[in-house]
Design a protein around this ligand. Structure first.
Ligand SMILES: Cc1ncc(COP(=O)(O)O)c(C=O)c1O
Length: 451
């Protein structure tokens, strides 16, 4: 962390490290290459740091804040609920099924769902459901895909590619302390239907589930190649395994009905959070009836003190009502903002002769600095991004951009998240600041030679 740029933030973090391990409650907020950034205030697209800088936020809480910071849609719903039932109850209430009915309307593959508090616990429950439903143990994961930090799925999704290749599809643990987990799991390169087919045919008796982000969002934004989701659907059905779509990023973001609506392929189990709730700690496990009924019949346990608490579900319901009422306007606006941002970024770097690749799907976008001019971008999986891009250059650029008033996560695998508050004027402002930053960057880096 460069303490000279934000000295007040750094001072607060030094203090915080005395009582909070590492100074923040997620390691992703204090990576060693982060500029020290402590936030004091937030509104719409803006955040204000402790050093007095006003920043346009392109991270939006890692995705949930689809209506912007402190959106009245969410805040009013929470305020009203606090006056009625409070923060948490420990009893059923009627908001859950009202929210669930609207979610089902967007995701026809879901017959029943359960709310929980985090994506991690929802994924954990999904894997249990799949194992119990099929009577099998093994799951298929994909390189670069993240499904939370539970022992059942947390693999080193950003591991060096040479190391991944040596493992021959056996996952590397995502952190120390996992005692050898994830057990009974394989990790394949994504977007390769032929490989998936031969792998599933060779392991057809043992696979309970194939789980993926149907638009990859944890190695940067990577869309499915045509036919891949369809192949995954067909192959899992053929071998009697369940297809699990982790739409925690993509649900209500790449379309109201997520990747399932955008690409017309339905899963057996769907995980939702983030844009589903507009910024409160709530996630959902949705499934077709006979799978979800394993929970209803208490074969598979699902609980949680805060699961479906009225405060968070009131906010989730309000977000769902907003989608119901204004979905055409919301998704047209998000799509336009994303396209304009992508076109603008491409032009800025093209004019400066700095090779980059920009990929975007709906309201998520990434760009990477290419290692070579003849890298054509158009990345289809984690290995290609890992090999074809320069992370150090992105970090340099992020530091310059932040000092020019735009915050994006410094890890180039994290998507840029667009909200309904990112209107045309804001996107124009972001592009102006990217242009100024790109010119500064050019003076500081060795640009790859043109062919
Ligand atoms: C695709 C995906 N799945 C699961 C998770 C885990 O969610 P949580 O952090 O709420 O446990 C995340 C978090 O970023 C995610 O992006």
């Amino acid at each position: 962390m460069d303490a000279t740029i934000n000295p007040i933030s750094e001072k607060i973090l030094v203090q915080a490290r005395k009582s909070i391990a590492g100074g923040a409650n997620s390691s992703m907020r204090v990576l060693k290459y982060h500029l020290p950034t402590v936030i004091q205030k937030a509104e719409g697209v803006y955040i204000w740091d402790a050093d007095g800088h006003k920043l346009i936020d392109m991270n939006m809480g890692y995705g949930p804040l689809i209506f912007g910071h402190r959106s009245p849609i969410i805040i009013n719903a929470i305020e009203n609920e606090l006056k009625l039932r409070g923060t948490t109850l420990g009893f059923p209430h009627e908001l859950s099924h009202q929210a669930a009915e609207l979610i089902k309307k967007s995701f026809p593959s879901i017959n029943k769902l359960r709310f929980s508090s985090t994506g991690t616990e929802s994924v954990q429950t999904a894997i249990r459901l799949a194992r119990q439903f099929t009577g099998r143990k093994h799951i298929v994961l994909f390189e670069g895909h993240y499904h939370g930090s539970s022992d059942s799925v947390f693999h080193a999704y950003h591991a060096p590619v040479d190391e991944i290749e040596r493992r021959n599809y056996i996952p590397l643990p995502g952190t120390k302390g996992m005692g050898g987990a994830p057990y009974n799991a394989y990790v394949l390169p994504w977007n390769d239907a032929e490989l998936l087919q031969s792998f599933l045919y060779n392991h057809s008796e043992e696979i309970a589930a194939v789980i993926m982000e149907p638009v990859m969002g944890n190695a940067g934004t990577i869309p499915p190649v045509p036919g891949f989701l369809e192949a995954a659907r067909k192959l899992t059905t053929e071998i009697g395994a369940l297809l699990v779509f982790d739409e925690i990023i993509t649900g209500f973001r790449v379309a109201r009905g997520g990747a399932q609506e955008r690409y017309g392929v339905q899963s057996d189990i769907t995980l939702l959070s983030k844009a589903m709730n507009g910024g409160v700690p709530t996630a959902a496990i949705g499934a077709r009836e006979e799978v979800a009924d394993l929970i209803a019949h208490r074969e598979v346990f699902h609980g949680g003190v805060y699961s479906g608490n009225p405060m968070c579900i009131a906010a989730t319901l309000a977000a769902q009502q907003e989608y119901e009422k204004n979905h055409t306007e919301i998704y047209t606006g998000l799509e336009n903002a994303s396209t304009n941002l992508a076109l603008g970024i491409r032009k800025i770097f093209y004019d400066l002769e700095i090779p980059v690749s920009v990929q975007h799907v709906g309201a998520m976008l990434n760009f990477w600095f290419l290692t070579d001019y003849d890298e054509d971008g158009g990345f289809k999986n984690y290995r290609e991004v890992y090999r074809g891009t320069n992370h150090d250059t992105f970090v340099k650029f992020q530091h310059i951009l932040q000092q020019n008033g735009v915050y994006v996560h410094p890890n180039h695998y994290e998507p840029w998240f667009i909200s309904t508050a990112h209107n045309e004027a804001v996107i124009g402002d972001v592009l102006d600041r990217i242009q100024v930053s790109a010119k500064t960057l050019k003076k500081k880096i060795q640009v790859p030679a043109q062919p």
